[in-house]
Design a protein around this ligand. Structure first.
Ligand code: NDP
Length: 292
């Protein structure tokens, strides 16, 4: 059996096209342009690149973006004052604080400050708390797990009643992904670094979401035949055949898993493009809440 490849690039493009069309419709109707504020503290090149690509996506979809860059030695008070001013600014619909922030900043306190109606990353404790409660809905779903579920749904994978295994329990991927699956009536097992007999647990999965950051750790013989495999991992390995000398691979051994799974996401081109697409969707949603 060869799995159906889930084309994250194409599905992300369809989300972006829908967002762009709705933004154009709203602005033509005289509503304010949906606008995202990004907050970057320090000079991590990867964080700066992520922020730039989010701003570029806003421009491509007809949305505004306002960039705030504080130096790496900015104080807790300065970061908090900036977030508070963005909360109070009616022109700003969404606030994205790029993580990780420098070690001396208490991220939790900063995330707690973001007005829930502007929390487009979905990381504030209020949004996560709502996600965890039966019968409650968060205003915003964290972008990467939202992208994972969207890929499953668009690929026609039945979530209700499925045995789902989530590898990883981080606040930004594993745990919200597990909560989303429970909310869609899957039976969910969450695995982490202390889980025993991991291959045996994974073999029970009709749906597997792998988010551990371990190069190709999940082998083909861990996969239940026909399972849907969503590989969130982004790991760099040496590849002398590439000009850069490197390439990206996931947490799943794709070459092996593709022979067993029913559906599978590639790395790159699977979950990666979904994260920014869902951020754009959330930013539009924020504008819809604030300017109905
Ligand atoms: P974290 O490092 O925050 O969390 C990793 C999780 O995996 C932890 O829960 C950890 O367990 C668990 N884990 C680590 N090693 C093992 C192991 N050997 N066996 C079982 N569980 C293990 O990572 P993130 O959640 O932030 O990211 C995970 C991966 O997803 C990374 O490769 C990251 O680059 C990628 N990513 C991709 C995104 C995208 O847009 N495609 C967005 C965000 C992340 P424990 O809790 O016990 O420590």
């Amino acid at each position: 059996m060869t799995a159906q490849i889930i084309d994250g690039k194409a599905i992300a493009k369809s989300v972006r096209d829908q967002v762009a069309a709705e933004v154009a419709r709203r602005t033509a109707a005289g509503k304010p342009q949906p606008t995202l504020a990004t907050v970057l503290v320090g000079d991590r090149p990867d964080s700066a690149a992520y922020v730039t690509s989010k701003q570029k996506a806003c421009a491509e979809l007809g949305m505004g973006s306002v960039s705030h860059h504080l130096p790496g030695d900015a104080s807790q008070q300065q970061v908090e004052a900036l977030v508070k001013s963005l909360n109070d600014d009616p022109k700003i619909n969404g606030i994205l604080v790029q993580l990780p922030m420098p070690g001396h900043i208490d991220e939790e306190r900063v995330l707690q400050l973001i007005n829930i109606e502007k929390d487009v990353d979905g990381f504030s404790p209020l949004n996560i708390g709502r996600l965890a409660q039966k019968g409650r809905e968060p205003l915003f779903v964290p972008c990467t797990p939202y992208g994972c579920i969207y890929l499953l749904e668009q690929s026609g994978v039945k979530i209700e009643g499925a045995n789902a295994v989530v590898l990883g329990r981080s606040n930004i991927v594993g745990m919200p992904a597990a909560l989303l699956l429970i909310g869609r009536n899957a039976t969910v097992t969450v695995c982490h670094s202390r889980t025993r007999d991991l291959p045996d647990v994974v073999r029970q999965a009709d749906i597997l979401i792998a988010a551990i950051g371990r190069t190709e750790m999940v082998r083909g013989d861990w996969i239940k035949p026909g399972a849907a495999v969503i590989d969130v991992g982004i790991n760099e390995i040496a590849d002398p055949t590439k000009k850069s000398g490197r390439r990206l691979v996931g947490d799943v051994n794709f070459a092996e898993a593709v022979e067993v799974a029913g559906h599978i996401t590639p790395v790159p081109g699977g979950v990666g493009p979904m994260t920014i697409a869902m951020l754009m969707k959330n930013t539009l949603h924020a504008a819809e809440i604030q300017n109905p």
